[in-house]
Design a protein around this ligand. Structure first.
Ligand SMILES: NC(=O)c1ccc[n+]([C@@H]2O[C@H](COP(=O)([O-])OP(=O)(O)OC[C@H]3O[C@@H](n4cnc5c(N)ncnc54)[C@H](O)[C@@H]3O)[C@@H](O)[C@H]2O)c1
Length: 329
């Protein structure tokens, strides 16, 4: 499929976050005018690219409409979300307020102001539940096991409705575990940042369960490329939600134990591994089949895990060193 749509004015929600800030950089590099909307609940102001306009707003704010009116966006890239599975279990209503009601506010603004395309970020780690097929394709049954998984899936269903009834164009990207520079060391998705920081500080790392649980780690640069393709390609008819969903991962599973091995080898040091009980509800394996993105978006992951880990390690090392320099009298 060829390049078909050339976005010029882009709104990136969650553009002060880990992934959204890299995506905003890419739209700017492609010559787009970029507005970042983020409430900084988890984002950082200094991650927002200087050339982007920044609006600090919560997704549900009435003022979002005037941002659309001023911006005249032809594309919205929606990365803002409550993305912590454990928070969603503890407070499903809070999760739904951001991931469902916040999304709906954005989509209603997009409909009123005739935004042509929405790139929506879903999660291949949660929408399938415990997968029965590995690597998992997009047409696997959708049976999320957490409120976060439910709200990510509902987002895809709302977009399908907007496409069918209002003619809004969209793409839903189902990420696996994304890693790379600017990632904060928290949450399950942050395991690489957490391990890297602790190994570089010479501190022990905690492994939940036996360390054999597998995840599909995709580098943020590959994710950025997938966003650009989803923003610019002509897309198949939105007949079903699967038609407009693409897994973005590597098709390759890496155990947590193996991840620790590679990071320690990269740092040239060994730290103690502390084993704790497996966390309730944690999936044994989550690896995505990316054949659909390869065929329809002509996208495939390009960053080998070892190179990506090395680069992430050096980034975290620089961050630790600059923090130390700032802390020293
Ligand atoms: N990191 C991963 O491995 C991964 C995997 C699958 C899907 N995702 C999805 O990718 C997206 C970005 O994830 P990330 O890792 O960059 O997380 P992040 O927390 O770094 O970025 C999310 C951003 O959204 C902002 N935000 C949150 N709630 C908001 C609200 N109500 N109003 C306005 N802004 C709000 C936060 O301040 C933050 O800057 C999320 O939608 C997440 O569900 C991430």
């Amino acid at each position: 499929m060829s390049e078909s749509f050339c976005p010029r004015r882009v709104l990136v929600t969650g553009g002060a976050g880990f992934i959204g800030s890299h995506v905003a950089d890419r739209y700017l590099a492609e010559g787009c005018e970029v507005t970042v909307l983020d409430d900084l609940s988890n984002g950082k102001r200094d991650r927002v690219p200087e050339a982007a306009e920044f609006v600090q707003l919560e997704l549900n704010s009435h003022e979002v409409d005037s941002v659309f009116e001023r911006g005249g966006f032809d594309l919205v890239n929606h990365h803002a979300a409550q993305m912590d599975v454990r928070v969603s279990v503890a407070d499903p209503a809070l999760d739904a307020r951001t991931n469902v009601l916040g999304l709906l506010n954005v989509l209603e603004c997009a409909r009123r102001h005739e935004t042509r395309r929405v790139v929506y970020i879903s999660s291949g780690g949660v929408v399938y539940g415990e997968p029965t097929v590995i690597p998992t394709p997009e047409n696997h049954p959708l049976r999320p096991l957490s409120p976060y998984g439910v709200t990510k899936l509902i987002g895809e269903q709302y977009l399908h409705y907007y496409a069918r009834v209002h003619g809004m164009d969209y793409a839903a990207l189902r990420y696996s575990n994304v890693y790379g520079p600017r990632q904060e060391p928290h949450g399950e998705a942050g395991v690489i940042a957490i391990f890297a920081a602790r190994i570089l500080e010479g501190e022990s790392i905690t492994i939940f369960g036996d360390g054999k649980q597998e995840r599909d780690y995709v580098h943020v640069a590959d994710v950025v490329e997938a966003n650009w393709r989803a923003s610019t390609r002509s897309l198949p008819a939105p007949d079903t939600i699967v038609a407009r969903a693409w897994n973005i991962g590597t098709g390759r599973g890496t155990s947590v134990g193996k991840l620790a091995d590679v990071l320690m080898a990269g740092a040239g040091c060994e730290v103690e591994r502390v084993f704790e009980a497996a966390r309730a509800g944690e999936l044994a394996r989550s690896v995505l089949d990316t054949a659909k993105a390869e065929q329809e978006l002509e996208w495939r992951p390009a960053v080998p895990l070892e190179d990506g880990l090395e680069q992430t390690m050096r980034y975290i090392e620089r961050r630790i060193n600059s923090q130390r320099a700032a802390d020293s009298p």
